[in-house]
Design a protein around this ligand. Structure first.
Ligand SMILES: CC(C)(COP(=O)(O)OP(=O)(O)OC[C@H]1O[C@@H](n2cnc3c(N)ncnc32)[C@H](O)[C@@H]1OP(=O)(O)O)[C@@H](O)C(=O)NCCC(=O)NCCS
Length: 332
């Protein structure tokens, strides 16, 4: 059993966590981008645009303020299941490994996530990171790249056409969703689930969408496309954070069949990218099922990279049951 205290990270930990991030980069023969500083980390975790939650492992054996490891995660949203979390980084110093530190960090994070009402937790791992794969599989996560063929994509905002030809002109408009739109968004979420042959999958309703998005909630935002007073598409997104800084996850994206092929999808992405740039962000992140070839072609056409094919990145997922099981095994 690890001789370690796990606690929520405080702003005063930013420098120490940043040092551990540098240590991890050195260990992995890589480096942090020059724009990523401990101030950026502090801003993403405790500042006015905070999206991250972090826990640290404070060793009982070492000096006060010394850390044995940390875990960073940000809020996410699963359009079928609702509130979610995304683990973005986990690191334990070599001297403290194999004594349960990472296990404790994950369990505390999962307990916090469950108490926030989260029903799903994703993370990404390189296919040869055997230690982490073993850790997360033991904790109950499933490799959904293997079981369901999810691929992870990345797209830099600078590759995007940032001007939207639908930016508020004509009868077709794209605008941020308001609570009154959520019944229409829910109908389209169901249409998308039908298209993906998963009609029974959505477990949420319009009320959940209202409580989880602004002004009531902070888990996701949504653009809608409106034509003659009717909603014809939506794009659900939320901010992400990692050592690359801020980004935007395009979580869910749908244009009704009659309105496809008119540039609406591109316009949605441009709007989200503009939103991301205001936050200081640089890139999109998203996942797509490998059989969804029209959508993959659309993203690749914009310059997106398939990190699963090109870099061996796999998507791991804790479902609701696995999260609760992981959280409930905490021992002090
Ligand atoms: C992966 C990492 C976080 C594990 O931290 P840790 O505190 O040593 O993990 P734990 O002690 O809680 O290990 C729990 C289980 O994970 C697995 N595991 C951990 N390290 C392992 C290794 N080197 N080889 C194989 N399995 C390993 C084992 O199943 C272990 O259980 P066991 O010790 O009973 O066999 C740590 O090695 C690390 O910081 N690596 C570099 C950063 C990284 O890859 N992070 C993950 C990506 S986000």
């Amino acid at each position: 059993m690890a001789r370690v205290n796990i606690r929520e990270a405080k702003e005063a930990d930013a420098k120490k966590i940043f040092e551990l991030m540098q240590q991890q980069a050195t260990e992995q023969n890589t480096f942090l981008p020059s724009h990523f500083t401990h101030e950026v980390l502090a801003d993403g975790t405790w500042g006015p645009t905070a999206v991250v939650m972090a826990f640290v492992a404070e060793s009982k054996a070492s000096q006060v303020g010394e850390l044995d490891g940390y875990i960073l995660a940000h809020r996410a949203y699963a359009p079928w299941f609702g509130r979610a979390l995304y683990i973005k980084d986990l690191y334990v110093v070599p001297a403290a490994r194999r004594s349960g530190v990472a296990t404790h960090l994950c369990r505390e994070l999962m307990r916090a996530a469950v108490s926030m009402g989260c029903n799903q937790c994703d993370l990404r791992l390189h296919k040869e990171n055997w230690a982490a794969m073993d850790l997360f599989e033991k904790l109950g996560a499933e490799n959904v790249t293997v079981s369901e063929d999810w691929h992870i994509f990345n797209l830099d905002f600078k590759l995007m056409e940032m001007k939207s030809k639908y930016g508020g002109r004509g009868r077709l408009q794209i605008r941020l969703a308001v609570p009154e739109d959520m019944a229409g968004v829910m109908t389209m979420i169901q249409e998308l689930a039908d298209y993906e042959n998963m009609s029974d999958a959505p477990q949420i309703n319009a009320h959940t969408l209202v409580t989880d998005s602004p002004p009531q909630g902070t888990f996701f935002e949504c653009f809608v496309a409106e034509s003659d007073g009717a909603l014809v598409g939506y794009a659900m997104f939320y901010p992400t954070f990692s050592h690359r800084g801020f980004g935007m996850c395009l979580e869910d994206f749908y244009v009704k069949p009659a309105h496809r092929g008119q540039g609406l999808g591109t316009a949605f992405m441009a709007q989200i990218a503009q939103h991301g740039v205001k936050l200081g962000g640089s890139h999109f992140e998203f996942v797509v099922l490998s059989w969804n070839t029209p959508t993959i072609a659309f993203y690749k056409n914009k310059g997106a990279t398939d990190l699963t094919v090109d870099k061996g990145v796999q998507l791991y997922r804790f479902d609701d049951t696995a999260m609760r099981k992981c959280a409930s095994a905490i021992t002090h």
